[in-house]
Design a binder for this molecule. Sequence first.
Ligand code: ZN
Length: 408
Amino acid sequence: MSTAARAYVHGLVEENLGLPKGVIGSEDLPADLVDHITSAVRGKTSREAGSPLVEQELNEFLLEVKRYSLERDGFFVWKARWPEARPFAACLTHDVDNIEHTRRHILSTRRRFGAGDLILGLLGLRSLYRNIGLVAGEEGRKGFRSSFFLLTSNYSLSDLVPSITPLEEDGWEIGLHGDFGTHDSLEKMSEAVEKFQTATGSSPAGVREHYLRFDFEKTWQIMESVGFAYDTSVGARDSLGFPLGFSTPFHPPTHDWSSMKILEIPLVLMDTTLWGYLKLEEQEGMAEVERMIERVRKVGGLFTLLWHQEAIRMRGGRLYPKILEKLAKMDCFVSSGIGVASWWESRSVPLVREGHEYKFRGTPPPGLRLHLEYSQGRRPRVEGGDLVATQRGNLVKVNSGEFSLRVE
Ligand SMILES: [Zn+2]
């Protein structure tokens, strides 16, 4: 393994686990972990993708570093992964592939719909495939926000945009759904971004490729060069879970293993995989959704969900409110793509040790918590923050940039 690759993984691990700068060196990383991460981010994983195996390895490594630090220093501090130290997170996203179909299409797929919708749809009194408002309404009732990714070629953007601008003002994100060809052509991608800008008046921060088309050699580079803040295309169409072995965001590597600016938010579950590829019944589909949420929860990861807005009135698709209901009952951070990306970037503010004190080099985001463990007899001193004992251990609430922590 090259030094550059190891240094890249070192950066990824430090950020992922929220470690203070310099607590581990790149030589401390287990060879297996380095190997698994470098293969994953080059798209060369061939292992069973149903479980977040790399994420488990990352968490085991955190335990090891903790054990070692407690022994050596008598305490260990690290950044919580999610706001308010919530145990896991969910990222809600919707690709907008179609917003209408012909009557003939509705008739040929009539079994998908309930009687009321079908009649109104056939009479032209209800649009069965144009459900952005309906989806956002369900989310809004739970206090959630999400991302809608729009194609620039399949429908008139200028028609659609006026109806979604109010949503955007209310915290929903409108991103680009990359049309065919954009994943491996800078020219096509630039064209799509330009069309998007013309129709919406702003640049898209997030992108997802149509059909999750992705080339590990090219796609991130293309997205990076047109200035996306994040992508969320890396996932599998025909299976659920974790093709990379982990669910949390990361900065992809360049060809020579520098870290890119763009953030990747791996996709965990797409609705059409349940029905189109796995041919599941509704109840089985819901059970799979719950199983994946549980797997993510166990590793403290990110459940990134793609639910097509056009399917929300259909059998299968109509489960979406139930999923929201489930997430609302769980202790988790729920946000849009840009919400997750912004959190992740702001959380990466370096936590550094200066003499006997830990401080931030930069401004920590509201909601940031530190985990703190210390041996008996040690006394933590916090300034610009509060130390709170919880069921899940000691948490330090960070209140200001003047924050400092020392353990005597
Ligand atoms: Zn699509």
